[in-house]
Write a protein that binds this ligand. Structure first.
Ligand code: FE2
Length: 344
């Protein structure tokens, strides 16, 4: 080797050493913090070695969605600047509306703050075609309707039915009715009367059962009225649990919840939310079963409601609070409901 060749080799080696050192330094220089300077709108924009949550969420999402939507992610509502929709129950972290069953079932997942705890809120949206082939939307337990949500909803179809399935999930009902005056606003049994003058419910799920059959049952919608709980002889939640048989989905607000078991794997599920999960699972659930459903008659009705729900065709539970539960190896969703409500 000539002297010049030797000098060239040494120079190359030095360059490589510097390059390697630079790469190492960059890796540590920000303490592993996320940087928004690598935004890439064609993918998530935040994948990097230090963004562990992103990968965990993706892995979990792929595992959980694999059998229901072909493992595909929806691009609906993707936002590469800042979403404003980040919350622990919003699985891909940016979606305004997320597709769960292709071209049929969608969810809007939002923060719902109670005493600075995000208890989570999810609205389910079913898209179906009427006899004329028009795309119609059924909205279960609506979340807040902002401009972007409305814009994404309008891309999906015409909002035809909006449902407040129990006495608690009523906060945004009037706003949706005003935004979609031609839609039918359904209320849980008694809600239309209870909210008269405040929320313009069109129909009562119990009184107008015939209209439900005509307008919705023929498109695969069913519900079971959980008329099994009360406090001082007044219904408390008075919930109707819905099933859409074509997408094999059950929709539930407060009769069932599913706060994550592996809370550390869920981004933004902090210590307050973990505390809330404990309160709901350990303290409140026995109250529901033993106090709200106190006495042999109410317990008998609770069992009957669970059995009637189990008899319907669904393979996933879409709760307002918590993660969607999918039928999978080792998970029998119908047994999940039974275990939650019937076993001590
Ligand atoms: Fe709730």
């Amino acid at each position: 080797m000539t002297v010049n060749a030797l000098k060239q080799t040494n120079a190359e080696a030095k360059k490589n050493r510097i390059r390697r050192r630079e790469i190492r330094c960059r890796g540590r220089s920000n303490g592993g913090q996320k940087s928004s300077l690598v935004c890439d709108c064609t993918t998530s924009g935040y994948e990097c070695w230090s963004n562990d949550n992103n990968h965990r969420i993706r892995r979990r999402e792929i595992r959980r969605r694999g059998h229901s939507s072909g493992g595909q992610k929806s691009s609906l509502g993707a936002d590469c600047t800042t979403s404003g929709y980040e919350c622990w129950s919003n699985d891909n972290n940016r979606a305004v509306i997320r597709e769960v069953v292709r071209d049929m079932l969608y969810v809007c997942e939002r923060k719902f703050m109670w005493n600075s705890i995000d208890v989570g809120a999810r609205s389910a949206i079913v898209k179906y075609a009427d006899d004329n082939g028009e795309n119609l939307l059924f909205v279960h337990s609506p979340i807040e309707l902002d401009e972007r949500t409305k814009s994404e909803m309008d891309k999906l179809g015409t909002v035809k039915h909006i449902v407040s399935p129990n006495y608690e999930h009523v906060k945004y009902a009037q706003k949706w009715k005003e935004a979609y005056p031609n839609a039918t606003l359904w209320g849980a049994p008694g809600l239309k009367e209870k909210k008269r003058g405040k929320i313009a419910y069109d129909r009562d799920l119990e009184i107008d059962r015939e209209a439900f059959v005509e307008d919705l049952q023929r498109y695969g919608f069913e519900f079971v009225f959980f008329d099994c709980e009360s406090v001082n002889n007044e219904p408390f939640f008075n919930e109707c649990v819905f099933v859409h048989t074509r997408s094999k989905s059950m929709f539930v607000t407060d009769v069932y919840w599913n706060y994550p078991e592996k809370a550390d794997e869920i981004a933004m599920f902090g210590w307050k939310e973990k505390g809330w999960k404990f309160v709901m699972d350990v303290l409140y659930l026995p109250i529901y079963k033993l106090v709200l459903c106190q006495g042999e008659e109410k317990k008998r009705r609770l069992r009957k409601c669970v059995e009637a729900t189990e008899a319907l065709n669904f393979d996933k539970i879409v709760p307002c609070h918590g993660l969607i539960e999918y039928e999978s190896e080792g998970v029998d969703v119908k047994n999940v409901l039974r275990k939650h409500l019937l076993l001590k």
